[in-house]
Design a protein around this ligand. Structure first.
Ligand code: PAF
Length: 288
């Protein structure tokens, strides 16, 4: 396996990679959800470059940057098992040299709602690191999980608005057998919290049933049903809401024929662990 640790090495790795190249950006602590991105990437590209970088600029000082799970040896073994042979693994100083003047990327409209409202620094940090990584690797494709739904919309907007010649591909959410979406943060859950965590999926399914089967058109009724399920399982809710699938703005009414359906999104805390999940509803491309 070829491992690049510096930007110079990453550029050399990229320049000797022929054909169409896909980049898979991650913060490591890999699970089957990340590995499914590899199969998705090979549907589009001849070669895949994988990066592992826990990005400090998307964490607030009170968040879990220091304790974020890091299992490099395990990650590299998993990557080798799914056919990855090129990995970029820079240090923080390599990506953010202390002498650099930091450049902020603002994401108006999408940054002050949902995740952006609860984690105001988050999307600026994500856009900043991805702009760097896209410039370093210059991939034809970049693959992201749909679990971070708002992040996927923002990255798509970033690439479109800055005219980067990169196709952003969203890959389906991968779930455990009881419905919990795979996440590197699931390891924080105690045994008891893990049994309650499946309520996220139950709440999303309830939203789907209400809209698709019962014909509910009032977003407030759907949101209230999601809140009831989450509260019954000890979740402290940041948001549990039904939104327009692209603008992520609130809806007055759920129109069954709304192009692309609607998206139900949840962010909630179970003990000290914050989990997010989502589901596209009433669209021909359902995540069920
Ligand atoms: O989704 C993630 O793991 C991170 O936000 C990303 C896209 C790798 C940027 O640090």
């Amino acid at each position: 396996m070829q491992i690049a640790k510096t930007i110079t090495e990453a550029r050399a790795m990229r320049s000797t990679t022929p054909g169409k190249v896909a980049l898979i950006p991650t913060m490591g602590a890999l699970h089957d959800g990340h590995l499914s991105l590899v199969a998705e990437a090979f549907n589009y590209a001849d070669e895949v470059i994988f990066y592992i970088f826990v990005n400090p600029t998307q964490f607030a000082p009170h968040e879990d940057f220091d304790s974020y799970p890091r299992n490099i040896d395990d990650d590299l073994a998993k990557l080798a098992s799914v056919g990855i042979s090129k990995v970029f693994m820079p240090t923080v100083d390599e990506i953010y040299p202390p002498e650099n003047v930091p450049f902020e990327i603002d994401v108006p409209n999408l940054n002050d709602i949902l995740e952006g409202k609860h984690r105001p620094h988050f999307f600026g940090g994500v856009c900043r690191v991805l702009t760097k990584m896209f410039n370093i690797i210059q991939p034809h494709y970049a693959i992201f999980g749909q679990k971070d739904y708002q992040q996927l919309q923002i990255i798509t907007a970033l690439v479109r608005d800055t005219n980067m010649p990169i196709n952003i591909i969203g890959a389906p959410i991968i779930r455990e057998s009881d419905g919990l979406a795979m996440s590197s943060r699931n390891v924080y859950l105690s045994e008891e919290e893990r049994t309650h965590a499946t309520a996220l999926y139950k709440a999303l399914q309830q939203a789907k049933n209400l809209i698709e089967t019962a014909g509910e058109t009032d977003p407030a009724a759907v949101e209230s049903a999601m809140h009831d399920i989450l509260s019954a399982h000890n979740f402290k809710i940041d948001y549990a809401t039904v939104r327009h699938p692209h603008t992520l703005q609130p809806l007055d009414c759920i129109e069954p024929n709304l192009t692309g359906g609607v998206v139900a999104l949840i962010a909630a805390h179970l003990g000290n662990t914050r989990l997010i999940d989502n589901m596209i509803i009433a669209s021909p491309k359902n995540d069920a």
